[in-house]
Design a protein around this ligand. Structure first.
Ligand SMILES: Cc1cc2nc3c(=O)[nH]c(=O)nc-3n(C[C@H](O)[C@H](O)[C@H](O)COP(=O)(O)OP(=O)(O)OC[C@H]3O[C@@H](n4cnc5c(N)ncnc54)[C@H](O)[C@@H]3O)c2cc1C
Length: 818
């Protein structure tokens, strides 16, 4: 495989010859990039890929991107042999996911409906049918199995070799035995890679170095906070009657998956509490390596897994294999262009599904590199969602214990990671603890999710898909915001000052709306790319001619920062991250003026301080930037307070709040309130694949502003193309009982047209409410919404619903302007 002579230049250098690097090289070459060089430290597959179990599974995800990556990979592995002459070992022997408890049954029914919508042929089986397909399994306690006949297993080494061969056939070069030691930069962009065999000039580098990717990235200042962990499977001795044609069986409640191997069984494990491996650094010479198994730690999990297939106990254990695999803080892969360094791309941290998604990841990244944009929603996997502190050894050591185990947990929609917590706290944190806040992980911040009433401990009694113990507390917070006044600590919001003579011009070029207004005004806007799809959803407040504040959600921090920084190049404009320096206290609800007015000498009347007004005000002994704006559809004010004055302001608010029955409200209430109003949340209900018009945000686009903006031509072209046939609609379930979370399929007149991107419970509207992107194939307008018979599939049952393009709550915005 090795090219004898290394070139001195290449357009793209791919680092790492595991499945991911080979897939990236294959797809770059397939897309016509003729100058691709893949460098592998040792031999292809020598890192993690060689020992993977090779499960090829399309079932199981409620992410459209992940599901698309899975189905694409399976299809690719099916056809690669015909294309390259190299077999992949893919056998469509089928796959069954087993539900052995009611909550998992609910989860898999929801997943199955979503997966079917995306073209996966999932069948729900009874326990007897599971037993017929996998006769050695104990099925008496099984409630159901979810069967995909076309899924199965492949040989990871063969798949990688086929990708490598395909890449070479299309002109890519692959060199083994060459270690990349560093990356040279010029003007903030990649210029060359340094290797054990000399320097190679290049335009783009792609770090696919698996569990070594973090340390390699670190040398270039690129944050890739993945961590290797022990990952196990055992091989039994031969077992009578077993067949290679049996499907792969997976039973997360028993921590195991099961497939035939060498006449016996391979039993793979995802134990609930796992062990990180080599936190201080992965050995450079670890090749085709194994880790000494920790029998003592694994025995209880092995026993549980073996109980699902009792005959396996008698067959004996031939081998307990342990190998390292990379895990990430949120169990999502790390993909995309590093925010720190232009043209430095990363695809690593595959969380044990690198084989079954590898084809898709390669395609997505190749597309991104060659066209400037990924061909799927990347908001959940983009490298720029991660924070630098997550690379700390203590963080990785702590969080990784939980990550691997999460794979087989029931994926309750309200579950929050519980390790590596309390790393980022708002200045108000301790006060909120005293108020009974229940906190969840919000991009590493402790975010108050809901508040327990006095005398009640803020605890989740039992996670479920239904109403939990805090449902009534949530309702009370929601209702207080609609009828009274609430305080929300939103200090985790991403905040940037943008200053300089060109700040307004630069921001206006980024923003689809006119943001360079008169000073003292906030503007809601999107940042688009050249295709007119959305890169960011945020507010820009003009404080003065040369000083602006940009505020985005917590998850958008890195993305917005990178875009701001790049936009400033060559201009007299300087972006400063002030996220931690300013607290954000939100006062919202019809009585919010009544609460605030006595605390300040500024006139807050509607005439003097109208909607969208932004002004520095006195509040007690503090100076506060007060912005009249709302994300939940009521009269409301966002107070930006220097961190050191946050407690003072909070105390004044709480003190004055007694007279107006001020209630603390958490993120659950924010979600239900904003969803009733149809307000968007980037990365949840809108993403980088949505045109701003389809997202229903055309009202925030100023096509006529002087100087234009990035994406204007695409928006104009979309408008000229005629009525929209794909749009985001608000949906409301008529029955007040069922709950929506995400990924529920939406039907109009019996036809599945899309799915719920994000949802909550509308206490004011009287039922579960969500935002769904629907693809109708015909013009979508209010009359079309009205005329349809709408239903939503919730865990296999279709519930009647309503759909609307206009927010169902206060469409005239009367309450906001009150
Ligand atoms: C026990 C086990 C079972 C698994 N089962 C499955 C499964 O059934 N299905 C599934 O989808 N996934 C499975 N996985 C996960 C899967 O194996 C990984 O996600 C996948 O192999 C990761 O591929 P990679 O290319 O990112 O990493 P790797 O295969 O580790 O490739 C990285 C490569 O980079 C090279 N490299 C590193 N540093 C440098 C450098 N400086 N210069 C040049 N080269 C460098 C390394 O030598 C290595 O070859 C399993 C993992 C384990 C441990």
């Amino acid at each position: 495989m090795t090219d004898p002579a290394l070139p001195t230049t290449a357009r793209v250098v791919v680092i790492g010859g595991g499945i991911i690097g080979c897939s990236v090289a294959y797809h770059l070459a397939a897309m016509g990039c003729r100058d691709v060089l893949l460098l592998e430290r040792d031999r292809l597959t020598s890192g993690t890929t060689w020992h993977a179990a090779g499960l090829i599974v399309t079932f199981g995800s409620t992410s459209e991107t992940s599901t698309e990556m899975r189905t694409y990979s399976r299809d690719l592995y099916t056809r690669l042999e015909a294309e390259t002459g190299q077999a992949t070992g893919f056998r469509p022997c089928g796959f069954i996911e087993v539900a052995a408890d009611a909550d998992r049954l609910e989860e898999y029914r929801r997943v199955a409906a979503f997966n079917r919508h995306l073209g996966i042929d999932v069948h729900e089986l009874g326990p007897r049918e599971v037993g017929e397909l996998f006769p050695l399994a104990a099925v008496s306690d099984i409630l159901a199995g979810f069967y995909v006949k076309e899924d199965g297993r492949a040989n990871p080494v063969d798949v990688t070799m086929a990708l490598a061969k395909g890449a070479r056939m299309r002109g890519a070069r692959i060199a083994e035995g060459v270690t990349v030691t560093g990356v040279q930069t010029r003007g903030g962009a990649v210029a060359a890679v340094e290797t054990s065999h000399g320097t190679i000039q290049c335009e783009v580098v792609v770090n696919c170095a698996g569990m070594w990717a973090r340390e390699l990235g670190q040398r270039s200042g690129v944050n890739i906070p993945l961590q290797a962990a022990e990952h196990y499977y055992l091989i039994t001795g031969p077992m009578a009657g077993i067949s290679r044609d049996w499907p792969v069986l997976e039973d997360p409640a028993s921590y195991g998956y099961y497939r035939e191997e060498g006449g016996g069984l391979m039993i793979g494990l995802f134990e609930p509490v796992c062990a990180p491996w080599q936190v201080d650094g992965v050995p450079k010479d670890f090749s085709f390596g194994e880790i000494e198994p920790d029998w003592e730690r694994m025995t209880p999990f092995l026993e549980k897994a073996l109980a699902r297939v009792p005959a396996a106990q008698a067959a004996g254990i031939k081998k307990l294999f342990c190998g390292p695999e990379s895990f990430t803080p949120d169990l999502q892969p790390i993909v995309g262009q590093a925010p720190e360094l232009k043209n430095y791309f990363v695809a690593a941290g595959l969380n044990s599904i690198g084989i079954l998604t590898g084809g898709g990841i390669g395609r997505l990244l190749a597309h991104w590199i060659l066209t400037g944009a990924p061909d799927a929603d990347v908001t959940g996997i983009n490298i720029d969602r991660l924070h630098r502190y997550q690379g700390n050894p203590e963080y990785r050591r702590t969080r990784t214990v939980e990550s691997l185990g999460m794979v087989y947990q029931c994926h309750y929609p309200t579950r929050s990671m519980s390790t590596a917590r309390n790393a980022r706290r708002s200045p108000l944190h301790d006060r909120l603890v005293e108020r009974g806040a229940y906190f969840k992980d919000v991009s590493g911040w402790e975010g108050a999710d809901w508040y327990a009433p006095p005398g009640v401990a803020p605890k989740v009694e039992r996670l479920s898909w239904g109403r939990q113990n805090w449902f009534a507390y949530w309702r009370a917070e929601h209702e207080a915001a609609r009828s009274g006044v609430v305080l929300m600590d939103m200090s985790f919001m991403s905040k940037f000052f943008m200053q300089g003579r060109d700040a307004g011009r630069v921001l206006n070029h980024l923003s689809a709306n006119q943001v360079d207004t008169e000073p003292g005004r906030i503007t809601y806007t999107q940042w688009l790319n050249e295709r007119g799809t959305i890169e960011a959803d945020l507010t820009v407040t003009k404080l003065s001619d040369e000083n602006f504040m940009v505020v985005a959600s917590d998850t958008a921090h890195g993305h917005v920062q990178a875009r701001l920084r790049r936009a400033c190049e060559g201009a007299h404009a300087f972006a400063t991250d002030v996220t931690g320096a300013w607290a954000q206290i939100n006062i919202q609800g019809p009585r919010s003026r009544e609460l605030l007015q006595p605390l300040t000498s500024t006139d807050l009347s509607n005439e003097a301080f109208p909607f969208r007004c932004a002004r520095e005000i006195d509040l007690g002994l503090a100076r506060v930037l007060c912005i009249r704006i709302t994300y939940l559809g009521e009269l409301g004010y966002e107070l930006y307070v220097p961190a050191e004055q946050a407690i003072h302001v909070y105390e004044r608010l709480v003190q004055a709040g007694e007279a107006v029955k001020l209630k603390h409200a958490g993120l659950k209430a924010l979600a239900s309130l904003r969803m009733e109003k149809g307000y968007r949340d980037y990365g949840h209900d809108i993403d980088n694949t949505d045109s701003v018009l389809e997202a229903g945000l055309g009202f925030a686009v100023d096509l006529n502003k002087p100087g234009g903006f990035i994406g204007r031509d695409a928006v104009l072209a979309k408008k000229a193309a005629g009525a929209l046939t794909r749009r985001l609609v608000q949906v409301l379930v008529a029955d007040p009982e069922p709950l929506l979370f995400h990924a529920e399929v939406v039907y109009r007149n019996g036809q599945p047209l899309g799915y719920v991107r994000a949802a909550s419970y509308g206490f004011t509207l009287g039922g579960a409410v969500g935002l769904a992107m629907v693809d109708a194939g015909e013009a979508i307008d209010p009359a079309w919404c009205e005329a349809g018979r709408w239903e939503i599939d919730i865990a296999g049952t279709r519930f009647p619903a309503r759909a609307s393009l206009k927010p169902m709550y206060d469409p005239q915005m009367k309450r906001i302007r009150a």
